[in-house]
Every structure is written in C-alpha cells, then in structure tokens.
Design a protein. Structure first.
Length: 119
C-alpha cells in the first residue's frame, strides 16, 4: 500500500461513507483518480486527434474530483496530487498496477462526476 492508500484506508468511517454514493468506496476512488492521472499523461504523450480538447475535459474532471473531496472536509487537491504521484512513480518504474475496474465502470463514475456528483 502506498502512503495515500494508507491515509484513505485510515479515514474515519463517516468520511469513508461520503465516497460511497459516487465511487462505492475509497479504493475505487483511488483507482478512478489513478486512471484520470494516467489518461492525462498518455494523452499528453501520444497527442491523439483533438488532444487539447481531451486534456481540457480530463483536467475539468480532475478539478471536479478535487472540489468534491474538498467538500468532504479533506484536502482534495493534495489527495488527487498524491494519487497522481503514485501513478508517476509506477510509470517511471515500469510498474503496471492490478486495476480491477472495467472501462465501463470507470466511464460510469466519470459521467457521474461530470454531472456534478449526481448518482
């Protein structure tokens, strides 16, 4: 477990419960933010068609996640940055994490976040 995963796991139950409606649990939240960081990085690296538009959308979603977590009384920007740091640590070490989330599940959470957290 990384430091931020330990911090999330150690949150009081009432804080963890705030993640449930949108993410299911803090583990899924971590995975979603990790994948957001990965998608942003891959888009920057590969520069697919309309990549500027894609980056703008990815960054808007990341910002919404930060604000949502901040609304829970936590340091949203810091938590998201720590998870992104985990992604980059894995990237530079050629480590591929075991992600147990389908693309459809990921997109579903992202769509909820984009709608402003409506479930």
């Amino acid at each position: 477990m990384t430091k931020i995963q330990e911090i999330l796991a150690a949150l009081p139950e009432e804080k963890k419960a705030l993640f449930v409606p949108l993410f299911g649990d803090v583990g899924t939240f971590y995975t979603v933010v990790y994948l957001i960081a990965r998608n942003e990085h891959v888009t920057e690296q590969e520069k697919p068609d309309r990549y500027e538009d894609r980056l703008q959308v990815i960054r808007q979603i990341r910002g919404k996640v930060e604000k949502l977590v901040s609304s829970f009384g936590l340091e949203g920007a810091e938590i998201v940055a720590d998870i992104a740091s985990d992604y980059f640590e894995d990237y530079v070490n050629y480590k591929e994490p075991d992600i147990r989330m389908t693309n459809e599940e990921f997109v579903g959470v992202i769509q909820k976040v984009a709608r402003g957290g409506e479930v």
